[in-house]
Design a protein around this ligand. Structure first.
Ligand code: F6P
Length: 548
């Protein structure tokens, strides 16, 4: 059944939230903590190895209740059932959205067109497992009989960002294989990646759901040409495998059917790392770690599906985004992991969140009259503190920020870890409390500077604080906990899409540029530039042609 469609701004809860916002908007978090001794405990959720403190957000218990009332009025419960049950919730593309089925246990039953998809999911997982074990153990050899030492993932968007982020994040758990990623159609990218590789010991994994993506096919073709400069044609079978839904096109590319890892059209590109798209994750970390990643995501699925909204981590996180986006008119959200391992996490989430919820038409095709998808950005702390935190602290924009930290470090250097985490705690406290005029005055008075200088400096040194943050403390970065974390954000995306009454699982916006690029490429290659371009594009093309 289709998702229901309601303009959220027409609900009673929305009106109540508007009235409530008028009271909350000028309240300082410091006052909220002072007036409610139980606040920190009441607004913290503990689940498994996750400790999620929402209390440094500009909300009260009443705000949360009203946001949940909104979710109920929009029938979020019904939408969640449809999501997990394989209903066609990606209606504009006529598909179910079932990345959750990829991490469901063998005994689960998920029907698509009346057929249980779980046996096939597990058959593909078995194929991934066997291939991984063969490559990692050296049983699967290159054509000349040498063991594989390097794996190159060739893909873009969801066929790159997920695997690249997970392999990088979990590098602590890696095996001996070196893993590389080629994504950009920039010829310098693939050349740099392959320049030191030995074709005799390298495995290429071509990942493209559609197997029509210009970047991926160009890179795959160029890399195959490079490979055939030194290797015979028959060697392709031992060195090239593919992940796709488009089996015919993969075969036409020259890849043996036995070397194709299939995926289904109900797996969206940006949610596909759990499918065969995760083959390079499995190769890099070993199949058991890939399986643990999936298990973690499944645990989060269960939490999301069965927990009351007031204790449901993805639901509360999503509703808070709605609160800031639609009432405080915040435009962006920052995600700051306090671990260098999650260096690529915000980049990965940018696709998940912005490709999903960057929509301006509701589920009935009407232009929305409210804000939808937020801008996502971030970098690991403490580096980001020395880069853009100034703007979060003292700029004019309200930027709700997720702090992600771990209780234990992986290499166990306690001294460094305490330093790292003291920054995590200090930043959330500083963002909330700020520094009052009195505090700045007291500080300046202790320094030997004149009254005049104090007067001049005062305004610049005051921080108003009241900057909202959510603190996620996870026991340890493991494949399982990373699976939970990614799934948490996936469900957050889903809930936001339901509230904003948009379709989160298509991405027509990225198609126009692709179409135009095709036309322009033909013009650049042929040298005959079309007269239909606007004056600016015409000039740019002419300048490029003349000077290249
Ligand atoms: O950028 C648009 C997009 O369709 C993404 O959604 C997708 O992840 C990416 O292109 C790659 O697509 P494919 O896996 O089909 O090559």
């Amino acid at each position: 059944m289709a998702l229901k469609s309601t303009n959220p701004t027409t609900t009673d809860a929305w009106k109540k939230l508007q009235a409530h916002f008028e009271i909350i908007k000028s309240k300082h978090l410091k006052e909220m903590f002072k007036s409610d001794a139980k606040r920190a405990n009441d607004l913290t959720l503990k689940w498994d190895d996750f400790y999620v403190d929402f209390s440094k957000n500009r909300v009260t218990k009443e705000t949360i209740d009203l946001l949940i009332e909104l979710a109920n009025e929009l029938d979020l419960k019904d939408a969640i059932s449809k999501y997990f049950d394989g209903d066609i919730i990606n209606a504009t593309e006529g598909r179910a959205v079932l990345h959750t089925a990829l991490r469901a246990p063998k005994e689960a039953v998920v029907l698509v067109d009346g057929e249980n998809v779980i046996p096939e999911v597990h058959a593909v997982k078995k194929k991934i497992e066997e291939f991984t074990n063969a490559v990692v153990s050296g049983t699967h050899k290159g054509y000349s009989g040498k063991a594989i030492t390097d794996v190159v993932n060739i893909g873009i968007g969801g066929s790159d960002l997920g695997p690249a982020m997970v392999v990088d994040s979990l590098q602590f758990y890696k095996n001996q294989l070196n893993t590389h990623f080629v994504s950009n159609v920039d010829g310098d990218h693939y050349k740099e990646v392959i320049k030191d590789l030995n074709p005799e010991t390298t495995l290429f994994v071509i990942v493209s759901k559609t197997f029509t993506t210009q970047e991926t096919l160009s890179n795959a073709n160029s890399i195959r040409t490079w490979f055939l400069e030194s290797q015979p044609k028959e060697a392709v079978a031992s060195h090239f495998v593919a992940v796709s839904t488009n089996i015919e096109s993969v075969k036409n590319f020259g890849i043996d059917e036995a070397n194709i890892f299939p995926m289904k059209d109900w797996v969206g590109g940006r949610f596909s790392l759990w499918s065969a798209v995760g083959l390079s994750i499995s190769l890099a970390l070993g199949y058991e770690h890939f399986e643990s990643l999936l298990d973690g995501a499944h645990k989060m699925d269960e939490h999301f599906k069965s927990t009351d909204f007031n204790e449901n981590i993805p639901v509360i996180a999503a509703l808070l985004t709605v609160w800031y986006n639609n009432f405080f008119e915040s435009e962006s959200e920052a995600i700051i992991p306090y671990t260098q391992y999650l260096n690529q996490f915000a980049t990965y989430l940018q696709q998940g969140i912005m490709e999903s919820n960057g929509k301006s038409v509701d589920r009935e095709g009407n232009k929305v009259n409210y804000q939808t998808g937020t801008i996502i950005w971030g970098e690991p702390g403490t580096n980001s503190q020395h880069a853009f935190f100034q703007l979060i602290h003292q700029g004019t924009k309200l930027i709700p920020t997720d702090f992600i930290g771990y209780v234990e470090s992986l290499h166990g250097n306690k001294d460094h870890h305490n330093k790292l985490m003291s920054n995590y705690f200090a930043q959330t406290e500083a963002l909330m409390n700020g520094k009052t005029e009195e505090e700045v005055l007291a500080e300046l008075n202790e320094q030997s500077i004149s009254e005049e200088e104090i007067k001049q400096l005062l305004a610049f040194k005051v921080f108003e604080g009241n900057k909202p943050t959510t603190s996620l403390l996870i026991q340890k970065l493991t494949p399982e906990s990373l699976g939970k974390l990614i799934a948490m954000y996936e469900h957050k995306i889903f809930v936001q899409g339901i509230v904003w009454n948009i379709y989160s699982y298509d991405q027509f916006g990225v198609e126009l540029g692709k179409q135009l690029a095709k036309t322009i490429l033909t013009e650049l290659n042929s040298g005959s530039l079309s007269v239909t371009h606007d004056a600016s594009t015409k000039n740019l093309l002419a300048y490029f042609r003349e000077n290249c």
